[in-house]
Design a protein around this ligand. Sequence first.
Ligand code: URA
Length: 209
Amino acid sequence: MGKFQVIDHPLIQHKLTIIRDKDCGTKVFREVVNEIAMLMAYEVSRDMPLEDVVIETPICETTQKTLSGKKVAIVPILRAGIGMVDGILELIPAAKVGHIGLYRDHDTLEPVEYFVKMPEDIDARQLFVVDPMLATGGSAIMAIDALKARGGSNIKFVCLVAAPEGVKALQEAHPDIDIYTAALDEYLDKDGYIVPGLGDAGDRLFGTK
Ligand code: URA
């Protein structure tokens, strides 16, 4: 089973409270989502491989560590996932970004990919799939299905708020992936909203309703 980690650093908890507040406006919401994503990226990237490099300091020659060049791609699930991309890019500026948009057809219940644009070499990349809310787990599961079908194998899922129902569904469907969240909330209500949650993350990020 992959890792499940709640990244509950005090700075992250503080910032999450700011965006949970219904009176937080679009500008601050957008900024703080990116700040939380950046702080989470620090932990999510903790196991990035390092290699030795020989350098010269002003004093002497020395062998030190450098990132081994394992490439990263951030994969936001449209649309709310886009809100987390810039924050992660602050820490990992060379990452590529692949976008994925899906919905489930109401009649056939089959997932429909309406937009998928990935870097060519996703099989060689560490993939960070991002979506602020892990609610039922449906879109995360479909997105990861789509990435695996294209050769992606090294996948981490990163969200801000997770419902226990979504974590369970995602772990059952994709036991190999690591899941990181800033908070594990109580439950999903009958309309599919996470409680206490923060409302519709896409609407709050983009000022729609
Ligand atoms: N998606 C959201 O944006 N919010 C929720 O609470 C659940 C799903």
